[in-house]
Write a protein that binds this ligand. Structure first.
Ligand code: GTP
Ligand code: MG
Length: 207
């Protein structure tokens, strides 16, 4: 188990937020983080600059905490976002240690990225063997999101969410889905949590 209790009763999980260039990884972390986001965006150059003005060159870091009724943080997600450009792929290798779940972000409308995204996602999951949540950005239809996720290579049991990652509520749903995937895996592997799953699900509903 990679989760560590930082204070009594607190659980900390590490999420790796990754996916193709311009999929919406930084947007997700910016939308949900409860702490100022550490980001490493610089002006894009070459053909990337046509797609968007700024691009991540090292990592994004943000946090998301779920609190109980007394305002104590019971669960904290540490979200590490990778760059999307191929030339920075080594950053993913640096950041993927001790990950509890992967949030794989893909832009539904950027069809030209999907084949390569699928290959990268499958390789990553074969290596890490952790739960994945596919965040299908710029998509409103759960069926479309599920079909794309299956095409990328997920199992039917793995979560695929349609989302608009510039929207806080939508991005939060993705973060909570990732937490539920982590907890589900912990339950299946009989790793003891101090608090039962039901409590965290209730907290997620109240967030
Ligand atoms: N309309 C719309 N735009 C979005 C949405 N999510 C992200 N964007 C925009 O898409 C662009 C790319 O988003 P980023 O979050 O920078 O993408 P990224 O995956 O971090 O990109 P790299 O780090 O360069 O790989 C930005 O201009 C965002 O504002 C969305 O849900 N709807
Ligand atoms: Mg980025």
């Amino acid at each position: 188990m990679t989760a560590q209790g930082v204070t009594r009763g607190e659980h900390v999980f590490k999420l790796l937020v990754t996916g193709p260039f311009a999929a919406g990884k930084t947007s997700l972390i910016q939308a949900v983080s409860h702490t100022p986001v550490v980001e490493t965006e610089v002006d894009a150059s070459g053909c990337e600059a046509v797609v968007k003005a700024r691009t991540t060159v090292a990592m994004d870091f943000g946090t998301y905490a779920l609190q109980d009724d007394d305002g104590n943080a019971d669960v904290r997600l540490l979200m590490f976002g990778t760059p999307g450009q191929e030339r920075f792929r080594f950053m993913t290798d640096i950041m993927k240690g001790d990950v509890d779940a992967v949030v794989f972000v893909v832009d539904f409308e950027a069809e030209h990225t999907h084949a390569e995204a699928g290959a990268a996602m499958r390789a990553l999951l074969a290596d890490l063997r952790v739960p994945v949540v596919v965040a299908v950005n710029r998509c409103d239809d759960p069926t479309d999101a599920a079909i794309l996720a299956r095409r990328l290579g997920t199992l039917a049991s793995e979560a695929a969410l349609p989302c608009q990652l510039i929207d806080q509520t939508s991005a939060r749903e993705v973060a909570i889905e990732a937490l539920l995937a982590v907890l589900d895996r912990l339950e299946r592997s009989d790793v003891e949590l101090l608090d039962p799953l039901e409590r965290v699900v209730a907290l997620a509903g109240a967030a």
